[in-house]
Design a binder for this molecule. Structure first.
Ligand code: IMP
Length: 406
């Protein structure tokens, strides 16, 4: 069975934790898109791991992980991350493989990425990891794939600094290089988890363009990124937080007002630890945006939603969520494409009672207070998609399933 996990908002929804949780029943984990711009946090007991490139299944000693063909891989970042894992006692040798179709990030691309964003009239606020430049090189057909590392003429044509950089990592990359389609075929009867990066609204095609990343963070990208066809995907899970966050620039219709709602803004940011794992930047915070979430369900065929960070609302008297936008005096329920419209959108909010108790020990839906269930029931109805998994804390086991995943 093949299960896809995507972010259903602007990234940072808790995908890493979910992939780690679900990987227990998988044999293989494939990260299918993005690069070192991602930051997936996993907490196991008193240990916290921040992964950027390596799939989140790596922490189980018996899982094989693949970096997929939709990814852009910075070898320096990859080997630093693998070294960090080794230093922390995670033995990864022999179970981390990379698609020979994945593209490589060169140091020069990182610099270009930062320079281009700084020169933009309306900067995107990139993570500066060379992501946009590498995907541009790929679509211009000037990129370098792992498969090209032993294509002598192509490597010879590169600038000296690029050659030197690749030289340093070539042998190790080649030793981990595989034909991913053939590997997926080999594992066709196994449970495979496909791990997305970023989120639905940061996808190049379906996100809030141009304020997006450059990879395919949508569920359709899972098939391409893993080298299989779309009919092979069995289930798509969309992870979302009980509220919204966004890092970098671009429209966010439900963002709290930092001046008039300073207390709520800072409460959510601090309690939810809303600081970027990759850049340390404070995340923008706001109400749950159901208009955007329903759009993500529709563009990604989400079978089940996965709700995280519900416990962050434990102490509030009242909770609000956005059920429509008001744009130029009109009520809008379909997520607009125009950035101008999104910038003008004012959230129409629906109030819910708070539950005023800790959810941390809940492991059954019916054990949750009624107000918490009312919030979840409303989300399900609005999005016409069931909420199948709920996370009520940071640790691996602060999670419960309402239905079987595998
Ligand atoms: P880039 O992917 O570094 O080009 O950044 C493009 C936009 O996507 C910026 O607004 C980033 O903050 C955002 N972004 C990229 N990766 C992530 C992520 O993993 N989580 C949240 N935001 C991200």
């Amino acid at each position: 069975m093949k299960v896809v996990v995507i972010g259903a908002q602007w990234g940072d929804e808790g995908k890493g934790k979910m992939v780690d949780y679900l990987a227990d029943d998988a044999k293989v984990v494939v990260r299918y898109a993005g690069g070192a711009n991602a930051g997936h946090t996993i907490v196991i007991g008193d240990q916290q791991y921040a992964l950027h490139l390596v799939p989140s299944g790596i922490l189980y000693p018996d899982k094989t992980v693949y970096l997929g063909m939709g990814m852009v891989i910075d070898p320096e970042a990859l080997f630093n991350e693998l070294q960090m894992l080794k230093d922390r006692g995670i033995n990864w040798e022999g179970r981390v493989f990379i698609s020979d179709r994945a593209h490589l990030v060169l140091p020069r691309y990182r610099e270009l990425d930062k320079k281009r964003d700084a020169e933009r009239k309306r900067p995107i606020g990139t993570t500066g990891r060379g992501i946009g430049t590498t995907y541009s090189m790929k679509s211009e057909r000037d990129g370098i794939r792992l498969a090209d590392l032993d294509w002598k003429e192509k490597i010879e044509d590169l600038e000296d600094a690029d050659k030197e950089f690749l030289n340093k990592y070539s042998e190790r990359l080649i030793s981990m290089r595989v034909n991913l389609t053939a590997e997926m075929y080999k594992h066709r009867n196994d449970n495979i988890l496909l791990e997305g990066a970023q989120g639905a609204l940061l996808d190049l095609d379906t996100g809030t363009y141009p304020y997006v990343s450059s990879g395919m963070s949508c569920s359709a990208g899972a098939a391409i990124g893993a080298g299989i066809g779309p009919r092979s995907l069995d289930k798509i899970l969309g992870v979302f937080k009980a509220y919204s966050t966004r890092v970098g620039n671009g429209p966010m219709p439900t963002e709290f007002c930092e001046e008039t709602q300073s207390e709520l803004y800072h409460y959510v940011r601090e309690t939810g630890r809303e600081y970027g794992v990759t850049t340390g930047r404070p995340r923008r915070c706001g109400y749950l945006d159901l208009v955007a979430l329903r759009y993500a369900c529709q563009t990604n065929s989400i079978d089940e939603l996965v709700l995280t960070h519900l416990d962050i609302y434990d102490t509030l008297d009242e909770i609000e969520a956005c059920v429509a936008y008001e744009i130029d005096g009109q009520k809008v329920v379909d997520f607009p494409t125009s950035i101008e419209a999104l910038n003008k959108a004012k959230p129409v909010l629906q109030k819910f009672s708070g539950w005023k108790q800790s959810l941390k020990n809940c492991r059954l839906y019916d054990a949750m207070p009624k107000s918490a269930r009312d919030y979840v029931d409303f989300i399900e109805k609005y999005c016409e998609t069931p909420v199948g998994i709920i996370s009520v804390g940071y640790e691996r086991n602060d999670t419960f399933l309402r239905t079987k995943v595998w």
